[in-house]
Design a binder for this molecule. Structure first.
Ligand code: ADP
Ligand code: MG
Length: 678
């Protein structure tokens, strides 16, 4: 007997589901697109347990007649295209006819629908791909689909789901952006506990941005709008076999207008910088996609305006004739192929660049942004495990992204490699300065100290650690290694550019980064105070009202207890805001808002479930970062002495909570060598 057999439909659907239904957010995306295709003007989504328990979407679209409702669950059953030819110009969001059967095969699904043609509606229940019930019922016009217990029959897949708050924030972000794409429609998103988004129809996209994100976000955005006729760019004609007869005149030229491409939307001002691409949303003909070409065009537009390690907030809607884009590239329809790739690329780049130039970015900003961005990006654990072979891991997406292809699960399993025993910073004159010498340091956020023989980690992109090829002087075994107590003997001499403290002792010349040194001091202090439940806090003169995006709301709910224990007192204020009344001591009122937004954004991209330890250390690191002495700040002698003394008292004085070095040492031996005395 042969070995090959045809898979049962249920199994085939489950396999297809793997392509279409990756996580609760993909179910929401498919169903949302179906509702939009059905012409709905009101769409309401309810979520429980991050979508793992329940996803319900109700629309007032065209509904389905009974026969169609049954057919909708057959594989490749679609009302949207008829033949292969139609694939060349898909005008709807869906067309594969795979979503409903795939979702139904991995959940308990209930469909309620009524089309205007029929007096009664249809109810269908399907459990794990098997039809359990079909009946008539009196129903309002439109469709309601309830998906319960997603992946209940595919435990392997269920295991890969992330924390509920992570899934919920993905859903929130998705719905938010579809709402932005369709300002004329009514969108609602509810979680079990609150209304995360209620957006009645508004006049246009700016109004929607205002409605969903608030005034502040709108103020940070620059509108983009441009159009370009396709003929102007010399679009090649389609091959003869694709030209329809009626399109051609006597000489075989196409007579139909080639149409135009249009782009509109918003891009952020240069002072806004995000740690990853998660705030870049690109829609092509109404479809939310991820496209490297467009991403690249956006980066090009921002070149030299923001540092290459940070990302803008982008919301772009591209519209072009359906025949210009191939949407049938990927099962989940998140990728497209443009027929005129480079034309498209340059169009997006030039349009965004022109909008930015019109808004006149101030170039001086760049330096400050950089200092800030690197500090906060390193908060993620990925950046802490620096060293020579540093792999950005999935849970540390952050600014490390541009080094690697898009978030790729395969990075997630890389154990952080041990850093080289001695990282040397090669200075231009060929003098090697040891970062943190051979003093034991912590690897970063983990509170457990490392074994003493590990040298500090260096975030590779910041300090290009050059491997020792034997050119730099070998470590003299006789030379006494500086110890922690050596720090206590440091005598500050002054500052370089009001940012780095120069200090000397018997061991040599030391350079201390004043910001990260203070950050380390504060970080340890906050963690200690936190475990003793004695965090110092300050009453704010005026409560600070934070507008939270739906995704940030989801995270806020998850971490609000821990925030409270760290000295934040915040309470809901209106539908999507919180009012912060008390903040940790040392963080200036002006920085509180920025800090909280940054924290919430970090957690919302978290791909692994959050544990308390992680939440705790990140909050502490973030408070420390914002409360610490800044660079470019003159310090009096006694302040420098105080800082060095405090640093000497810390458990891990040699690296900041982000894993960056705090101290560089230029040993006596290095000095002698450089002067050719030895
Ligand atoms: P596709 O969207 O690719 O056609 P789906 O599996 O998502 O495939 O849906 C199958 C069919 O079910 C659709 O073509 C459409 O006719 C119908 N359908 C799905 N959702 C809705 C809805 N909310 N309202 C009306 N019809 C729907
Ligand atoms: Mg669909």
């Amino acid at each position: 007997m042969g070995k090959i057999h045809v898979l049962s439909e249920t199994v085939a659907n489950q396999i297809a589901a793997g392509e279409v239904v990756e996580r609760p957010a993909s179910v929401v995306k498919e169903m949302l697109e179906n509702s939009l295709d059905a012409g709905a003007t009101r769409i309401k989504i309810s979520i429980e347990a991050g979508g793992k328990k329940l996803i319900q979407i109700t629309d007032n679209g065209c509904g389905m007649v009974r026969d169609d409702a049954m057919l909708a669950f057959e594989r490749h059953a679609t009302s949207k295209i008829k033949n292969a030819e139609d694939l060349l110009s898909v005008a709807t969001l869906g067309f594969r006819g795979e979503a409903l059967p795939s979702i139904a095969s991995v959940s308990r699904l209930r469909l309620e629908t009524r089309a205007p043609e029929e007096p009664t509606g249809t109810v269908i229940e399907i459990n794990g791909g098997k039809i359990a019930r079909v009946e008539e019922a009196g129903l309002p016009l439109g469709t309601s689909i309830t998906v319960r217990d997603l992946f209940f029959n595919t435990p392997a897949r269920k295991k890969f789901l992330k924390a509920e708050s992570t899934e919920l924030s993905h859903i929130a972000s998705l719905v938010t952006h579809y709402a932005l794409a369709h300002p004329d429609k009514h969108f609602e998103l509810h979680s079990a506990t609150n209304a995360m988004l209620v957006a009645p129809p508004v006049a246009g996209q700016s109004e929607r941005v205002y409605q969903v994100f608030g005034k502040e976000t709108l103020d940070q955005l620059i509108p983009v709008a441009a159009r370009q006729a396709l003929e102007r760019v010399g679009l090649p004609q389609p091959p003869p076999w694709r030209r329809k007869e009626e399109d051609q005149d006597g000489e075989g030229n196409t007579s139909r207008e080639p149409g135009e491409m249009r782009v509109h939307g918003f891009v952020s001002k240069p002072e806004i910088q995000k740690l990853n691409r998660n705030s870049i949303f690109v829609f092509v003909n109404g479809r939310l996609i991820r496209d490297r070409l467009v991403q690249h065009a956006i980066s090009e537009a921002y070149r030299n305006i923001i540092p290459p390690t940070v990302f803008p907030v982008v919301l772009l809607f591209l519209e072009l004739p359906a025949a210009e884009v191939d949407v049938n590239v990927h099962p989940s329809k998140t990728e497209v192929r443009f027929r005129q790739q480079s034309v498209m690329h340059d169009f997006v780049r030039d349009s965004v660049r022109a909008a930015l130039m019109k808004a006149r970015p101030v170039p001086q900003f760049v330096a400050e942004i950089r200092a800030h961005a690197t500090a906060s990006q390193a908060l993620t654990p990925g950046a802490l495990s620096g060293g020579a072979d540093w792999h950005p891991s999935d849970d540390g997406l952050s600014a490390t992204e541009p080094l690697r292809p898009a978030a790729d699960g395969s990075f997630a399993l890389h154990a952080p490699l041990q850093p080289p025993a001695s990282s040397r910073l090669q200075f231009e004159g060929g003098i090697a300065v040891e970062a943190n010498a051979a003093i034991p340091v912590a690897r970063g956020l983990e509170s457990a100290p490392l074994a003493p023989d590990f040298a500090p980690t260096l975030a590779r992109h910041e300090f290009d650690a050059v491997p020792d090829h034997g050119c730099s002087p070998a470590l003299d075994v006789n030379e006494e290694e500086p110890t922690l107590s050596a720090l206590g003997t440091l005598k500050p001499m002054g500052q370089i550019r009001n940012s780095f403290i120069l200090a000397v002792n018997e061991d040599g010349l030391w350079i201390v980064d004043q910001h990260v040194a203070h950050e380390r001091v504060l970080f340890e202090r906050i963690l200690k105070q936190r475990s003793a439940m004695k965090v110092e806090c300050q009453q704010l003169l005026m409560p600070i009202v934070l507008e939270l995006s739906p995704a940030q709301q989801a995270v806020f709910q998850e971490i609000s207890d821990e925030l409270a224990r760290n000295g934040f007192e915040a309470e809901p204020f209106g539908a999507r805001s919180v009012a912060v009344k008390v903040a940790p001591a040392g963080v200036e009122a002006a920085a509180v808002e920025h800090m909280l937004h940054e924290l919430l954004d970090q957690f919302s991209i978290e791909e692994q479930s959050l544990n308390l330890e992680k939440i705790r250390t990140r909050i502490a690191a973030s408070i420390a970062c914002h409360a610490a002495i800044k660079v470019n700040m003159p310090l009096e002698q006694n302040k420098m002495e105080w800082l060095l003394a405090e640093l000497a008292k810390t458990d891990h004085p040699m690296s900041c909570p982000h894993g960056r070095p705090v101290v560089l040492r230029y040993s006596v031996k290095d000095i002698q060598k450089a002067f050719k005395r030895i």
